[in-house]
Write a protein that binds this ligand. Structure first.
Ligand code: G3I
Length: 332
């Protein structure tokens, strides 16, 4: 398929969005991805429980459908994720023996990375491993079953296995709450940098940090801190990308105009910070149209109005902030 009119200029920063197999029959949805995206990203289809529902039984049908779509349209793709606290199959979390659990993790990474080899530009190797609210009582890492059973070494184990399994894919540490103003967010940024240094010190490859970018229409971005974070990563040779951009609007009163104006402000600040430290490899939104979004289920608006987190509304009309985003990315 020919690239749509909205695809990035040769020197621009590529744009993409997470796509979901269950809405694939919606042709308006599918056409929007074909037209707008340089990148597509299976939102859930490469998560552990979906690709290996039983030990040793792999199911790549849904993921392949999306990756074949990307291939047919000349789009790049990226994958999420090997290590996460969510969406793990019960058989995996039932493994008590650390030796066996490490083997299961490495085997999973080898099989899945090998299956996708050549089709994914990058992998979220670990997702959301930083403590939500790190302090002296809880330590830097999130309390997950991976941490409890394998300790902090599950992170280098996963990166090393991914590097062996797909030498061509960029390996990404992906996390949220890395762009806001305040001490909790300063601590989370510092922990990411320290994990990067530890991996590099151990001779283990990490290519990029993924900032999810689940923004809140009411919450201030720390533009300077975000730019500094990008510059600090650049100084140690690590790239940056935005992986799950959307705007959660449940605390902004008003109608579509007010919501979109508030969203435009935080997206603009986010881009100022993101582009301020180094040139991001790509910016990916967590879906493309409000017609299908995760925010409605998890953080609905109190006033009964539908939320508006994504670049296109339910009728597939672009929001003002999407046009601005594309202008910024085109400039590179
Ligand atoms: O497909 C079934 C449907 O048949 C069924 O009727 C319905 C009932 O609840 O569930 C549907 O599956 C759900 C799926 O989303 C549909 O999109 C799963 O239960 C649900 O667990 C799944 O949630 C996903 C979640 O991660 C957990 O994997 C969300 O789509 C996805 O947006 C969300 O993404 C995460 C990122 O990976 C990490 N960062 C945060 C982000 C938002 O939570």
């Amino acid at each position: 398929g020919a690239p749509g009119p909205a695809r990035a200029a040769a020197n621009g920063i590529p744009f993409g969005a997470a796509i979901q197999a269950e809405y694939f029959e919606d042709t308006g949805y599918r056409d929007l991805f074909r037209r707008e995206c340089d990148f597509v990203m299976p939102m859930n289809e490469l998560k552990f429980a979906l690709v290996q529902p039983e030990r040793g039984r792999f199911d790549f049908d849904r993921a392949d459908r999306l990756l074949d779509f990307a291939g047919a349209n000349g789009q790049s793709a990226r994958g999420t994720t090997f290590v996460w606290w969510s969406t793990n199959p019960p058989w995996l979390e039932a493994i008590a023996d650390p030796v066996d659990l490490e083997r299961a993790l490495v085997e999973h990474i080898e099989r899945v990375a090998d299956h996708c080899k050549g089709r994914l530009a990058s992998w979220d190797v670990v997702n959301e491993v930083i403590a939500h609210d790190p302090d002296e009582n809880c330590g830097p890492l999130r309390d997950t079953f991976w941490l409890r059973r394998l300790g902090p070494r599950h992170i280098p184990i996963a990166f090393a296995a991914a590097a062996r399994a797909d030498p061509g894919a960029r390996l990404v540490l992906n996390d949220y709450d890395l762009e806001f103003r305040g001490p909790r967010f300063d601590r989370r940024r510092a922990i990411v940098l320290s994990i990067v240094r530890q991996l590099q010190g151990a001779g283990i490859r990490i290519d990029a940090v993924g900032i999810q970018g689940h923004l809140y229409a009411h919450q201030a971005i720390d533009v300077e801190a975000l730019a500094r974070f990008g510059a600090d990563l650049k100084a140690v040779g690590v790239a940056l990308l935005a992986t799950e951009l959307d705007v959660i609007d449940f605390q902004v009163p008003g109608g579509p105009e007010e919501i979109d104006a508030a969203a435009g402000k935080v997206v603009g600040d986010f881009l100022d910070g993101l582009l301020g430290g180094q040139r991001p490899q790509t910016v990916i939104t967590w879906g493309l149209t409000d017609r299908y979004n995760w925010v409605e289920d998890v953080m609905p608006r109190g006033d009964g109005q539908p939320c508006r987190p994504l670049p296109f509304d339910r009728e597939l009309r672009p929001k003002p902030w999407y046009a601005e985003l594309r202008r910024r990315l085109a400039r590179g």
